[in-house]
Design a protein around this ligand. Structure first.
Ligand code: COA
Length: 260
């Protein structure tokens, strides 16, 4: 499948999804949001794909936010649709995906760009990256889950400070606050993301999917995460992968999981 605003690359079982609007700092216009939905939906369905690395084209930006040029003359109802469709079709889709998604933050991750990175399961940042939710400088607030996911990741006090001041923070500060998992040099960014993902790809895929579901339940209102964990734990007993994992351990060999 070919896209106007994304590049798709494969490296063995890793699929790269690269936001490719470098001249606009990879800002998310409507078309890019729609393409991200298709690309992630396909990657989650594709048995050849084990996990995904999401990054931005070039070295300057991961994604510098929603495309501000599309925000003139928007009604309250349109605003509701933009946030609701975007959250459901892209941000929640990524967060609830059945495969690990790593954001490789190669530069500015602002507004919808930071929200996109926060929807991913793991974040690795280049030491040159800058992150922030600057929407209040425009008279807006984050609309793709930023108020919720930033608060979950770094706590209410720091989240409110970042959102109300609109200040950008450095990759080092993001690491200190738990917003990103690792900070590395720009050259090491993709190798580091691949190293983490390749390690995850050695594990049992259905157990990884269950782990994502159970951990996500911790942040869902009205959902008993302990209940979800018990359901996901018990489901593992129906998999061939569990039998393989146990046999491999007892036979002192490496497991070869098939995701069955
Ligand atoms: N939406 C639309 N276009 C954007 C954009 C966005 N979120 N972010 C950057 N661009 C465009 C600029 O308009 C410019 O386009 P042009 O060359 O056609 O004029 C191009 O990308 C390069 O950006 P520029 O501002 O010239 O780069 P810079 O190095 O001076 O500044 C930023 C970089 C990231 C600080 C600045 O682009 C910025 O503040 N962007 C908006 C961030 C934001 O508010 N995001 C939240 C949106 S809700």
């Amino acid at each position: 499948m070919s896209f106007q605003n994304l590049l798709i690359e494969h490296k063995e079982r890793i699929q790269y999804i690269i936001v490719n609007r470098e001249s606009k700092l990879n800002a998310l216009n409507k078309a890019t949001i729609a393409e991200l939905h298709t690309a992630f939906y396909d990657a989650f369905q594709n048995h050849g794909v084990g996990g995904i690395i999401l990054t931005g084209a070039g070295q300057k930006a991961f994604v510098a936010g929603a495309d501000i040029s599309e925000f003139s003359d928007i009604s309250v109802d349109d605003g509701d649709n933009i946030a609701r469709n975007g959250q459901t079709l892209v941000f929640d889709l990524i967060e609830n995906g059945n495969k690990p998604v790593i954001a490789a933050i190669n530069g500015f991750a602002l507004g919808g760009g930071l929200e996109l990175a926060m929807a991913c399961h793991i974040r690795v940042a280049a030491d040159t990256a800058k992150m922030g939710l600057p929407e209040v400088t425009l008279g807006l607030i984050p609309g793709y889950g930023g108020t919720q996911r930033l608060t979950q990741l770094i706590g209410k006090g720091k989240a409110l400070e970042m959102i109300m001041t609109a200040d950008m923070i450095t990759a080092a500060e993001a690491l200190q606050h738990g917003l990103v998992n690792h900070v590395v040099s720009q050259e090491s960014l993709l190798p580091k993301a691949e190293e983490i993902l390749n390690k995850i790809l050695l594990r049992a895929p259905l157990a990884i999917a269950s782990a994502i579901t159970a951990v996500n339940a911790a942040a869902k209102d009205g959902v008993n995460g302990f209940e979800v964990e018990m359901e996901e734990f018990s489901k593992c007993f129906a998999t061939k992968d569990l039998q393989e994992g146990i046999s491999a351990f007892l036979q002192k060999r490496k497991a070869g999981f098939k995701g069955e």
